[in-house]
Design a protein around this ligand. Sequence first.
Ligand code: ASP
Ligand code: MG
Length: 407
Amino acid sequence: MARIVKKFGGTSVGDVERIKNVAQLIKADVDKGHEIVVVVSARSGVTNELIGRAKAINPNPEDREMDMLLVAGEQETIALTAMALHAEGIDAVSLTGAMAGIKTDLYHTRARIVSMNCDEIEKHLDEGRVVIVAGFQGVNDNGQVTTLGRGGSDLSAVALAKGIDADLCQIFTDVDGVYTADPRIVPKASKISEISYEEMLELASLGTKVMQARSVEFANNYNVTFEVRSSFNNNPGTIVKQEVSSMEDVVVQGVALDRYQAKITISNIPDKPGSAAKIFSGLSKANVVVDMIVQNIGRNGVANLTFTVPRDDSARSRDCVRNVLQELGGGEVEVFDNIAKLSVVGVGMRSHSGVASELFAALGEAQSNIQLISTSEIKISVVIDEEGADEATRIVHTAFGLDKEED
Ligand code: ASP
Ligand code: MG
């Protein structure tokens, strides 16, 4: 007998038929004698619909009321899932986040989990029930309901797996797992069978499209191994876990392409101490998250600085930089939206050399000009022209031997 946490995302519980299908998946484990805790999201689209309604009524809804509204999405699916299990003759009970003992801090709409009291869940498990917990929600010390940020049901599942010391945590979604590249761009992309938390997080456009980043960070901090798999077929998924030495045999695990960045170049900035600090503190006050930063060596008393920001923030960033430049007494700013960031990721990079040169050779072959480069211990990212970025991704994927074998 094992203790299993099974989390079903919005598409997996998207309608009545799918909820019945989820009940079948749970039943299969109940029949094997396992103890099951289920976490569900709202039906796909429901959270967005509720947000839309709120904004139509009041463009600036209070965060507390927003949470009160959004928890309704998950409350619907826990009850329906329990009913679907009852229809199969399975003893099951639904619990809100608060009833399940998920305690958070005081921040509405993006609360953090501070503690778990799993007594209620344990009691039901002891009595032989399947426990169905509403994802994405908790309760704070003032007894108010809170939500954990978009995609937060993943976090609920991982935290519960830790809280009840589960043997297995399965995240059921609408994809088969994490792939070596986005299969829509790279048809030869293949499913990764095992990946480390760090790689999953670094593969931003692949890994965290599948799962909320905070939940992967939580799993990393508390060492919760989990599996990402599809609820629409029986294929094994991707196991996400702590790094083991055999993972280093694979130098590059995946190639990610991020088209949602813009490049900002500032030229002729007065080259004196404190200039960069002024620019970046201005951006951080404007809540812009800066990614790659490159500064050229100053000449003739001026320097050039280039960095990337989320594309949606490019106009705001430009205005903000202009204001700072006025204060500094010089410099021009230009925004380039037509760029893409391509990254190769793998813990094997720690112990293998030559990854950068192989990447640059592949990009040369793809006729992609490299505009910026940044590296970390397990990742190399380059900014290239958006045009041709898909083709470049395919060529890099092939160069690192990631193409799926023909079957
Ligand atoms: N329903 C919430 C959302 O759409 C939480 C989740 O699905 O994980 O963000
Ligand atoms: Mg989700």
